[in-house]
Ligand binder design. Structure first.
Ligand code: ADP
Ligand code: MG
Length: 635
């Protein structure tokens, strides 16, 4: 009997209450969220109402596309009530609901992807003494639900999923972990009870709740009702999908609220694009470009995410088929009657109406950016700083649009020492110049230190710095811009003779003089180089490495090496400067001191490698040779 009771007891414990610790990082994050984000606590209500609205969207879609759960749109609602005696605030919806697994997944883990970035960002921000920005981070990182703990000492979530008969209750104090137990609930949906902290009792006040709801959730599609005892429910918001309304009736504050409500950003949108199109295609778009990068912009698998509606019914929360990946920073809503509700996620990709809408929207975004570039330089500078690097992906992903994207792209100009458009570069070009000269490099500083620039400075030719890794990739797709070829100054033989004729003769004379030295150095370096040549371009440096004409650009090769450890790359050409003192002296000893010549050849080669950001061929030998030369020089 004892055993039986024990077993039964164990069974009951196991069935009824499952105490679980939060996932490793969740506790840490919660702590930061709750303790560091002190201002604007009221946004917790926006987050919970938005979650309810999402759940209602999902149920509405299910009801319209399947037979098992029929419910009228006007029956879908959110209800809020407060109880001053028990110190609770309750938010209830009859949306899709959650089963046990959903509860664990959705509320037990935090920021499913990008946790590390999330933590870093939060910690950075909580150290700084800023106010509103940090709070909004909550919404930005998709941990909206947890904001409830800013005002609650305990949160209870009772939920029943559509199609289930049983419900579950999730309870947590937001510190130690959570418990899940079986519960009863008469209809599908979710009920969240917040046990409000003593210090936050303003959130039990009806007026305050009404004010916050109107402030953040006025343009939700569903009504938010306040239940006050036996009285008739009072509707707190306008409950009209904002994108269906006329532009002229919407204030910028209202756009801004909606922008935050859908989690598109956390300050003000940089650009708002609201259009109604009617004709062969009919659709409405309300799209935003945020004023700064979302945290996940550079994650490998991030796609563009747009909310897709069909006549105000949500089809997809994160449709990847509306805007291309290189416009993934654009957020918002597209509503169209041309796409059937029953279309599956997989079929969306091949939907011809959607493809046309997608094309039109790409153009619209590009046109808007072009307008901004011409009319509002400052705004465009902000935009390019945040998203230019992503836009450039479009140059190779969207072949048809590459010229249009290049037209609005900015690059650093050596001569003007600022970011310029290619059209500005063209205006500065020498009348004889046919090409756009660039140097691809890891960063601006390295580009600036490159010996390849010397001759361009001397001849007053401008060179663009391509310092984003993406640059080498789009360059392989776009060889030219408006008839001008992109030419790497680290590659092959660039003929600059047209730009300064009188120097040419002298250089030729010198070249002849060092022919034999060149040959000897080539013998010494052997397979490490493809060739050794006398340079006609170097001014102040003794030597530099040049990629062979047919080979890969130096920077491209470096990127390949990072991605593939076994990638060797091609040996490069060592160019030496006949007019440089060191070379002249070497020329003098070339037949007398073989050892010194050999060491010098290697030192020159290693120097040239290091200027490109690479390591010497053999570090310990490099050190020995350098010490030896220093010893000689200091004698
Ligand atoms: P997000 O809304 O950005 O996904 P949240 O932290 O606000 O992040 O919510 C986490 C998840 O919990 C939601 O994605 C959803 O799956 C689930 N959830 C939260 N509230 C509800 C609700 N009222 N009804 C159904 N699911 C909900
Ligand atoms: Mg949410």
């Amino acid at each position: 009997l004892n055993t039986y009771i024990n077993q039964k007891f164990f069974y009951i414990i196991k069935e009824i209450k499952m105490k679980k610790a939060f996932e490793a990082d969740t506790g840490r994050v919660l702590n930061i969220v709750i303790n560091s984000l002190y201002s604007e606590k009221e946004i917790f209500l926006r987050e919970l109402i938005s979650n309810s609205s999402d759940a209602l969207d999902k149920r509405r879609f299910l009801s319209l596309t399947s037979n098992q759960d029929k419910i009228g749109t006007d029956e879908l609602k959110i209800e809020i009530s407060t109880d001053k005696k028990s110190h609770t605030l309750t938010i209830k919806d009859n949306g899709i609901g959650m089963d046990q697994e959903d509860l664990e997944q959705a509320l037990g883990t935090i920021a499913k992807s990008g946790t590390t970035e999330f933590l870093a960002e939060l910690e950075k921000n909580s150290k700084k003494d800023k106010k509103s920005k940090e709070v909004n981070l909550i919404g930005q990182f998709g941990v909206g639900f947890y904001s409830a703990f800013m005002v609650s000492e305990k949160v209870e979530v009772t939920s029943r999923k559509v199609g289930d008969t049983k419900a579950n209750k999730w309870v947590s104090d937001g510190v130690s972990g959570y418990e899940i137990e079986k519960a009863d609930k008469s209809e599908p949906g979710t009920e969240i009870v917040l046990h409000i902290k003593k210090s936050e009792k303003e959130y039990l006040d009806k007026e305050r709740i009404g004010f916050i709801t109107r402030k953040y959730s006025d343009h939700l599609m569903y009504s938010v009702n306040y239940l006050d005892g036996g009285k008739d429910p009072e509707i707190l918001n306008k409950a009209s999908a904002i994108w269906t309304r006329e532009k002229k009736d919407i204030s910028s504050e209202q756009y801004e609220e909606f922008y935050k409500q859908i989690g598109a950003g956390f300050n003000k949108p940089l650009v708002t694009l609201h259009n109604k199109v009617e004709g062969t295609l009919s659709y409405t778009n309300l799209l935003f470009i945020p004023d700064s990068r979302p945290f996940d912009l550079f994650q490998m698998d991030v796609k563009s995410k747009i909310k897709l509606y069909s006549n105000r019914v949500l089809i997809s929360d994160d449709s990847e088929d509306i805007l291309p990946r290189w416009l993934r920073f654009v957020k918002g809503v597209v509503d169209t009657s041309d796409v059937d509700l029953n279309v599956s996620r997989e079929m969306l990709q091949h939907n011809s109406a959607l493809n046309k809408i997608s094309k039109a929207l790409k153009k619209r975004v590009l046109n808007e950016l072009k307008k901004m570039k011409d009319k509002d330089t400052e705004k465009y500078t902000t935009f390019w700083k945040e998203f230019g690097i992503v836009m450039k992906e479009g140059i190779y992903e969207d072949f048809d649009l590459k010229n249009e994207i290049l037209e609005i792209s900015k690059f650093h100009s050596m001569k003007l020492n600022k970011d310029v458009f290619l059209s500005e570069y063209s205006e500065e070009m020498n009348p004889e110049q046919k090409e756009i000269f660039y140097i691809a490099s890891e960063n601006k500083e390295m580009a600036e230190g490159s010996p390849h620039l010397e001759v361009f400075k001397k001849k007053k030719l401008d060179v663009l710095f391509f310092t984003d890794p993406i640059d080498t990739f789009w360059l392989s797709m776009a060889g030219e811009f408006q008839g001008k070829k992109f030419t790497s100054i680290t590659k092959g033989d660039i003929d600059l003779s047209a730009f300064s004729d009188e120097k040419k003769k002298k250089e030729k004379k010198d070249n002849v003089v060092i022919d034999e030295l060149v040959k000897k150095i080539k013998e010494i370096l052997g397979e490490s180089v493809q060739d050794v040549k006398a340079s006609s371009k170097l001014v102040d440096s003794p030597c530099c490495l040049v990629a062979p004409d047919s080979g890969m650009d130096v920077q491209m090769e470096r990127i390949m090496k990072i991605q593939n450890k076994d990638f060797k790359g091609m040996p490069r050409i060592l160019e030496i400067n006949p007019n440089h003192d060191i070379i002249k002296k070497l020329n003098g000893i070339k037949d007398k001191d073989d050892d010194a010549l050999k060491d010098a050849a290697y030192l020159l080669f290693d120097q040239a490698k290091m200027v490109e950001g690479e390591l010497p061929l053999d570090i310990s030998l490099f050190n020995k040779r350098l010490s030896k030369f220093m010893g000689l020089a200091l004698k």
